[in-house]
Design a protein around this ligand. Structure first.
Ligand code: PMV
Length: 335
């Protein structure tokens, strides 16, 4: 990959990238099915300051409280271990720019809860790659940023399909198929989605690894699941394009049942999905790796939203107010 227009003088640069939700196809995306994902208006922002030293230093202000309070199984050291892949994101970028003898200080601020299925690591990684490359005068396009993000994302997921970094880079709603096929989904109105956190946070790597092991043991079942998810994702694109929310909702419930079958749901996720359904959601499912984290619920109007939110809170869920991000990763001007 060759950087375009390298600048002679490294200078500080800031980039920000959205988080994401997966409308259909998580886990099966790793196995080759298409996933449909939407960028959301929770962001990470990264400042990169080139230095004269060779070091890559990363400081991160991320919502660690979410992991430490909500889940006793995920220790603070696990949350801190996020810093190693982030450093790797910066190092991979320097290597790509043939700048390995340079150093950079990277400062991360992230408002996306980690381990919640909302793409916190992908968002931070694409923002790091964008900020670091710009700080050395290179303007990587979204595809180049995504490709570099595979290196840290593969460390975090074990094997990453690429859907997370693609969504955080491109923004809007995309259809993503491995190894790297990104198609923006054209919509007039974003679907009315709410996100609700179980408060139980997970390790994406463990969950992805468990599904991959199961898929090797139960080949025939998984072939069937993958072809069902292909159908679900293709129909979801049609439903989004034609604003057929009843269809989209039905597909989300179907997708949740498949995710339950492959063992990545959690009793609290199932409880929140059922609660949303009973409160009138058109569709609901877990989003992201599962094992805790968040559900998505599709609602009809603000009245039904209020009803669903109230019911979810009563069951111990923490709803987030999110909407679609249109832009993906962007540079932010320094004041
Ligand atoms: O939970 P998250 O945000 O890390 O989502 C991971 C999505 C998976 O499909 C489970 C893995 C992948 O790389 O596609």
């Amino acid at each position: 990959m060759n950087p375009t227009s390298p600048s002679p003088r490294p200078a500080p640069s800031v980039a920000r990238a959205p988080g994401k939700t997966i409308l259909t196809g998580e886990h099966f995306a790793v196995l080759g099915a298409p996933a449909i994902a939407m960028a959301i208006n929770l962001y990470s922002q990264v400042e990169a300051r080139p230095t004269v030293h060779k070091h890559v230093d990363v400081e991160a202000d991320i919502p660690l409280y979410a992991t430490t309070i909500a889940n006793r199984n995920l220790a603070l050291s696990d949350a801190r271990s996020l810093l190693a892949p982030l450093r790797l994101a910066a190092q991979t970028t320097l290597k790509d720019l043939h700048r390995i003898s340079n150093g950079v200080n990277v400062n991360v601020e992230c408002e996306i809860p980690i381990g919640a299925g909302l793409g916190s690591s992908a968002s931070i990684n694409v923002a790091i790659i964008s900020a670091v490359s710009r700080s050395f005068g290179a303007r990587l396009n979204k595809k180049q940023i995504c490709k570099l993000a595979f290196t840290p994302e593969n460390v975090l997921h074990g094997r990453s399909s690429g859907v997370d970094q693609a969504t955080c880079s491109y923004g809007g709603i995309i259809q993503f198929t491995r190894p790297f096929n990104v198609k923006p989904v054209r919509i007039r109105e974003p679907p009315k989605i709410l996100v609700c956190d179980t408060g139980i946070h997970h390790s994406t790597k463990n969950l992805v690894g468990a599904v991959l092991r199961r898929s090797r043991k139960q080949k025939t079942n998984f072939q069937q699941y993958v072809s069902q998810v292909k159908q679900i994702s293709h129909s979801a694109v049609k439903a989004l394009e034609t604003e057929d929310n009843t269809m989209l909702g039905t597909l989300m419930y179907e997708n949740h049942e498949l995710l339950k079958k492959v063992g990545v749901s959690h009793p609290m996720l199932n409880k929140l999905v059922d609660t949303a359904r009973k409160a009138g959601a058109l569709g609901a499912k877990l989003t992201g790796a599962g094992g805790g984290g968040c559900i998505l619920a599709l609602y009809e109007d603000s009245r039904s939203r209020t009803k669903i939110v109230k019911a979810l809170k009563k069951q111990g869920g923490h709803p987030y107010n999110v909407s679609m991000d249109h832009n993906g990763v962007q540079s932010v001007s320094l004041r």
